[in-house]
Design a protein around this ligand. Structure first.
Ligand SMILES: [Zn+2]
Ligand SMILES: [Zn+2]
Length: 247
């Protein structure tokens, strides 16, 4: 979902710790005009508030605090992470872009996994919601969606779609630890260049973008499965963990 903001007449202020709601504010949910609203409680690492307002029907609650739908997902993922205290900037696109691409690819990735699932090994498909990953090595704050195959011993195959906060227009596609693509989606690139696009071309570009990602993921998954079965999967049999040039 694109993050919407309603123009408000006055900036929110605090009175005895309670967020004042600007007069005339209505719920931001599409088609909802309720004036019985609560502010999203998200505050980013720089102390900036989300400043969106939601009615009881459309507000989301996480740990008894009200949030907009977008920040509810972010706060839930942060609460599940081992690293506490991190709060991405309110205008950082990493969580929403990773989630957006993940939602668009979900059905296709499940299909790929169903086709290679090893039932004799009791493998099952596990799909995770958006999650926050901190990599201490390069101090990278990433947001990822993952699709895995797992058996009784653990994960046997992992596909991830991630976006790093410091490069929040770039989608990173991985199978295992191997990075297959680091790419700016065409619609994000057009937005960055402030280029308008007719709907037909936009749709065509999106379709080609996803077809390409499914192609590279399908190929990498096939290679991984061949290696796992000890079949000839090409050169990657010999050096299975060779990183791509973009690693
Ligand atoms: Zn509402
Ligand atoms: Zn919010």
């Amino acid at each position: 979902m694109r993050h919407k903001r309603r123009a408000v007449a006055a900036r929110s202020s605090f009175a005895e710790g309670v967020l004042a709601i600007p007069a005339g504010t209505t719920c931001l949910a599409v088609g909802c005009s309720s004036a019985d609203v609560t502010a999203c409680h998200y505050v980013d690492g720089r102390g900036r508030r989300c400043e969106t307002y939601w009615c009881p029907e459309h507000v989301r609650s996480v740990a008894s605090q009200p949030y907009c739908p977008r920040h509810a997902g972010i706060v839930m993922a942060l609460n599940l992470s081992a690293r506490k205290g991190h709060r991405p900037d309110i205008d950082n696109r990493a969580p929403s872009l990773a989630n957006w691409i993940g939602n668009d690819m979900d059905l296709g990735l499940r299909k790929i996994l169903r086709e290679v699932l090893d039932r004799h090994d009791a493998e099952t498909i596990v799909v995770e919601p958006i999650c926050y990953v901190f990599r201490a090595g390069n101090r990278e704050h990433a947001w990822e969606r993952t699709w895995t195959l797992a058996n009784h011993a653990g994960i046997t195959l992992r596909i991830s779609i991630g976006v790093v906060e410091s490069a929040d227009a770039v989608v990173r596609v991985r199978v295992g630890e191997r990075t297959l693509e680091e790419v700016v989606p065409p619609w994000v690139e057009h937005h960055r260049r402030r280029e308008g696009l007719d709907p037909h071309t936009d749709l065509q570009e999106r379709r080609e973008f996803y077809i390409h990602l499914f192609d590279v993921i399908g190929e990498a998954v096939g290679q991984q499965r061949c290696r796992r079965l000890g079949l000839d999967g090409g050169p990657t049999d010999i050096y299975p963990d060779i990183p791509s040039a973009s690693d």
